[in-house]
Ligand binder design. Structure first.
Ligand code: AMP
Ligand code: MG
Length: 408
């Protein structure tokens, strides 16, 4: 029997985008608990930010019309405006008010002259030419105007967003409830870290990798351990998981032949498709539903599981979490070593990206690229993304890279 044709990555992503629904439910949280959560409301500014026109410098607030085009002008100093303590009065032509950075500009004044640029004598200042009317003034609402949309529903909240919300006076915000994800490993050979291995056994690493990748997404984690390759064990695990989780993720047993209990159980409890996706490492991915939960069956090989998770499952989970669509940063870099590849599948090779002194980005392979070699994934700081048609890379060629981390 010939296997079905490989599904291009873009088609797999499009199918998931079509199939996945955002979960309902939200909660109100204080700002300090909102980092990394998904905003569940549109935020409009209730005020101008800054709320009042203020000085960008320490100096003197004056009427711009008093500025001399040549020679010097002398102005009377009639008071002081400091941050939090505005001057109570109006500045008339011929007058000035000493002003500090952030202090409210008094009515009548529209210009600030830096203190270093005036001559001070008793209660008067002298100002020379070469100033501009309106200078060194921050206008009310120039950051955010009252009524303006500041943040949109679906936004993954960043430190700057939380600062913006605080600057508008919000102490709390409404976020989507956390997605509940249950996950387990399948395989008779797997033992948890910390146990002693018998002949033929290996440690279960996928559950730790998955735990970590899911933690970064801010989901609620339900770690269900290792499930034996037995019909009743697999069935119980799926029933338990589907009863408490929005999404169930497994690793292992997704390749045809081995997947017997998984596919058989899923056929009974829900429905599942086995996709052969045109990526390397990765390829087999099971996608379906168990009860009311979504189901993703990742391949067992540790790097296949990670690549499939990052490239396919993570965007689907983010959509389920109610997050707006985002495209991970991709850059161009010069590849400093040869990379082997056969045309046909999109490859996510593991690389080390560096910036040379001249600013050029250079990437090289982080080591052996087998789908079971975690050490080269561990050393890597980016994926080198090679398109399906690529037949390998020569040193000096430009390739696309996807850095693992940025400022978040
Ligand atoms: P499978 O998809 O079950 O055929 O597994 C493919 C390969 O990945 C086999 O070498 C398994 O031993 C290995 N493997 C499966 N699950 C895990 C796991 N949780 N941790 C580490 N290796 C695994
Ligand atoms: Mg297995």
């Amino acid at each position: 029997m010939t296997p079905p044709p490989l599904l291009p990555l873009e088609d797999a992503l499009a199918r998931l985008e079509e199939a996945v629904q955002p979960i309902p439910g939200y909660e109100q949280v204080v700002l300090n608990d909102a980092l990394g959560r998904i905003l569940d409301e549109d935020i409009h500014s209730p005020i101008d930010v800054p709320p009042h026109t203020n000085s960008a410098m320490d100096g003197y607030a004056i009427c711009g019309s008093d500025l001399p085009t040549e020679g010097e002008t002398t102005l009377q100093v009639i008071g002081t405006s400091s941050a939090g303590h505005p001057f109570e009065g109006t500045v008339q032509p011929g007058q000035s008010v000493r002003i500090m950075t952030g202090a409210m500009l008094p009515p009548g004044a529209d210009t600030v002259v830096m203190q270093e640029h005036v001559g001070l004598e008793g209660e008067t200042i002298s100002i020379g030419p070469h100033h501009k009317a309106g200078q060194h003034v921050r206008h009310a609402g120039e950051d955010l105007a009252r009524g303006q949309r500041v943040l949109s529903r679906g936004r993954l909240l960043t430190p700057a967003d939380l600062g913006s919300l605080a600057s508008l006076g919000f102490a709390e915000t409404r976020v989507k409830r956390r997605l509940r994800v249950a996950f387990f490993s399948t395989g008779d050979e797997l033992r948890p870290a910390g146990a002693t291995l018998a002949a033929g056994e290996i440690y279960d690493s996928n559950r730790y990798t998955l735990h970590a990748m899911l933690s970064r997404l801010g989901v609620e984690l339900i770690d269900m351990g290792v499930v034996r390759d037995r019909r009743d064990a697999v069935e119980h695990a799926f029933l338990d998981a589907a009863a408490i989780a929005d999404t169930v993720i497994t690793s292992g047993g997704a390749s045809v032949g081995e997947a017997d209990y998984v596919s058989e159980t899923l056929a009974r409890l829900g429905r599942v498709d086995f996709w052969r996706i045109a990526i390397k490492p990765g390829k087999p991915l099971a996608f379906g539903t168990v009860g009311n939960a979504l189901f993703f069956g990742l391949p067992g090989n540790p790097i296949s599981a990670m690549v499939t998770f990052y490239q396919i499952v993570q965007p689907a989970l983010q959509q389920q979490m109610g997050m707006e669509k985002s495209s991970p940063l991709r850059l161009h870099a010069v590849c400093s070593c040869p990379l082997k590849k056969r045309p046909g599948r999109t490859e996510f090779q593991r690389g080390t990206l560096q910036r040379e002194e001249n600013g050029r980005l250079v990437v090289s392979s982080s080591g052996a690229q087998g789908s079971h070699i975690l050490s080269s994934m561990s050393r890597a700081n980016c994926f080198i993304v090679l398109p399906a048609e690529s037949a390998g890379v020569q040193p000096g060629e430009v390739v696309e890279v996807q850095p693992f981390a940025g400022l978040i």
